[in-house]
Design a binder for this molecule. Structure first.
Ligand SMILES: C[S@@+](CC[C@H](N)C(=O)[O-])C[C@H]1O[C@@H](n2cnc3c(N)ncnc32)[C@H](O)[C@@H]1O
Length: 283
């Protein structure tokens, strides 16, 4: 007989052993999987540790636990990921939004405190994470978002309907090719920036997330160069370009932005103190 408590203890031990998670990480993941399997929240799990699971619940839990033990990301198993102050739908077609990406949202909001921002473009929107966070905060601004993946855009549109009152304008576009609007106050992007030669990338990421969302040629800088080269033409006179990048790319990105017509170039640090977002104003 499997109780909630037993189930959590045995799955945490397995996750620690097989995926080298800390016990705390394994416990959090076990709870997320079990909540998903039995349709109850975390408070229920901690209030009823002696509750016996029925056969269907046990079978379903074992099935999703096995997927996790095989290295599938938890967000793909449960189909959602928390970002900012909301929960996004995610699929295999979208990058799983990272908490590091909240920095680009925060940076855009800081700019909006000093300057009126009425029109924003999020390029390579994926699940819609950045565009939706900004749409919810800057309720008077027009928010536009693009991606060249039609499957990612389907998910972003669904998220935009549920989480941002359907107010985001979406484009299927290879960077600026199909963008019909100009006059943006902010263009921002978390583009693919991992070098195709990077050997440090974990198999969980490399095997399960879309390669087109992760990798870029030219030492990871090719997409950043394409965006920076054209952004000024789509920005207002005092508009800003904000780019997320790898923690060792800040200097290169600053140079690229400088030659592409940007000034006041600044790099913001993420919560681990890594250089993560570089931004500048149109000259
Ligand atoms: C690192 S992911 C970021 C996703 C999302 N913005 C986030 O932060 O979670 C990069 C995104 O850029 C998109 N992308 C890649 N190449 C592109 C291109 N040439 N034009 C437009 N979007 C592109 C990918 O489909 C992917 O959704």
């Amino acid at each position: 007989m499997q109780t909630i408590g037993k189930c959590l203890r045995s799955s945490s031990a397995l996750l620690t052993e097989r995926l080298s998670l800390t016990l705390r990480e394994a416990m959090v993941e076990s709870e997320i999987l079990l909540q998903n399997a039995i349709g109850k929240n975390r408070t229920y799990l901690s209030t009823w540790p002696e509750k016996i699971l029925n056969t269907a619940q046990q079978d379903f839990f074992q099935k999703i636990l096995q997927r996790r033990l095989n290295g599938e990301p938890i967000a793909h198993i449960i189909g959602t990921k928390d970002f900012w102050d909301f929960t996004l739908k995610v699929t295999k077609a979208t990058l799983i939004p990272r908490s590091d990406t909240e920095l680009i949202v925060e940076t855009a909001l800081q700019i909006s405190e000093k300057q009126q921002i009425t029109k924003i473009l999020d390029m390579g929107t994926g699940s819609g994470a950045i565009a939706i966070a900004l749409a919810r905060k800057l309720t008077k601004a027009e928010i536009h978002a693009s991606d060249n993946s039609s499957k990612a855009l389907e998910v972003a549109k669904q998220n935009g309907t549920v989480l941002a009152d359907n107010k985001i304008v979406f484009y299927e576009s290879d960077w600026f090719k199909e963008i019909t609007e100009t006059g943006f106050d902010i263009i921002l992007s978390n583009p693919p920036y991992i070098s195709t030669y990077d050997k440090d990338i974990s198999p969980e990421v490399a095997c399960h997330e879309p390669k087109t969302a992760l990798f870029s040629t030219d030492n990871g800088l090719s997409d950043i160069k394409k965006i920076a080269a054209e952004a000024a033409g789509f920005l207002n006179h005092d508009g800003w370009l904000l780019l997320e990048h790898g923690y060792r790319q800040a200097e290169d990105v600053a140079k690229i932005m400088s030659v592409s017509g940007f000034t006041e170039i600044t790099t913001a640090l993420d919560i681990q103190g890594h250089q993560r977002v570089t931004y500048g104003k149109k000259k």
